[in-house]
Design a protein around this ligand. Sequence first.
Ligand code: PMP
Ligand code: GLN
Length: 381
Amino acid sequence: MVARLAEFQETIFATMSAMAQHYDAINLGQGFPDQDGPAAMLHKAQAEIAAGNNQYAPGPGMQVLREAVAAHQRRYGLDVSPDEVLVTVGATEAISASVLGLVEPGQEVIVVEPFYDAYAAAIALAGAKRVAVPLKPSGKSWDLDVDAIEAAIGPNTAMLIINNPHNPTGAVFSEASMQRLASILQPHDVVVLSDEVYEHLLFDAQRHRPTCSYPGMAARTITVSSAAKTFNATGWKTGWAIAPVELLAKIRQAKQYLTYVGASCFQPAVAYALEEEMAWVEDLAQSLERKRTLLAEALESAGFQVHDCPGTYYLVADFSGLSDRSGREFCEQLVQEHGVAAIPIEVFCDHPEGWERKIRFALCKQEDVIREAAKRLALQS
Ligand code: PMP
Ligand code: GLN
């Protein structure tokens, strides 16, 4: 293994999915839905293949999708041109290309902990240095610790990566914290990579507010999202980065040598969905909200302490009352003995203190699957 990647084992998502399969368990580990996206979107992709859309798309992505992404941002009141949109192979490539294209080896990238694993790997691939700043508890959830972020910024900081709504905690950052973040960044030459893949998966009548909409943020923010979670299409790997053209040109420079372009047949299908299927997405969020409540109740009756889940696919539960094992060991036991897979949060942390007894359950499964998982978890207590 090259030294740059030495700290990275198989991703926890692959490990837990393989274990779930091996033990014939219900997989509430890796976050992928068990139902398809809007039928007309699926037909559109099939029709594109049949109609011959089977060769390379243009480097920046197909115009139809770049226009649809720009129009989608207008729903938030943002004035985005298709020239500020780069189509990528999932949000994952948008993240890697942003770090590779914008951060010099040796520079620092601040990540908010617990952090999605792809950030750490992208930073390592770029030869940059990861600086992890923990979230702070807020009620039964978490929020950005803006003071800690401010303290972590130094002359060598090139980028801050935030993810809102947040995987793996399900947290949604408060308006006050986001306002303060925008204000403390003013004097600094720091680019913000804002991963907003769960932008539409908010519960309890909340509305997403993009990071780039806060004062002074538009010029420094790269917004990343994808079709995966919005349209139940994780296998399509169709995402995008939105940024001012000078930043986007640098991201594109890296992206063109990672994959050149993504699959062409999906791009008009995702464009169609962004334009015509947002009502479907609202229904999706409502159904996830019901599943969130169902799973939270089941976990509580099984003896877990359940954190709030204002958005995303994920619910965090604390098992301190049930076991004093580590999160990884507890998840292994859960999958082997109870047939339910979950993800330990500690693996997303440089400072795991306080996270060792917290695990993440994915709630993006059909209700009867969640009920069956609830039955199996009931044996836990
Ligand atoms: N960022 C976060 C926070 C995620 O949870 C995921 C998984 N959907 C991704 C990025 C990757 O998205 P994609 O599958 O579009 O590459
Ligand atoms: N984003 C999903 C999750 O957090 C899947 C990630 C993956 O398999 N790389 O579970």
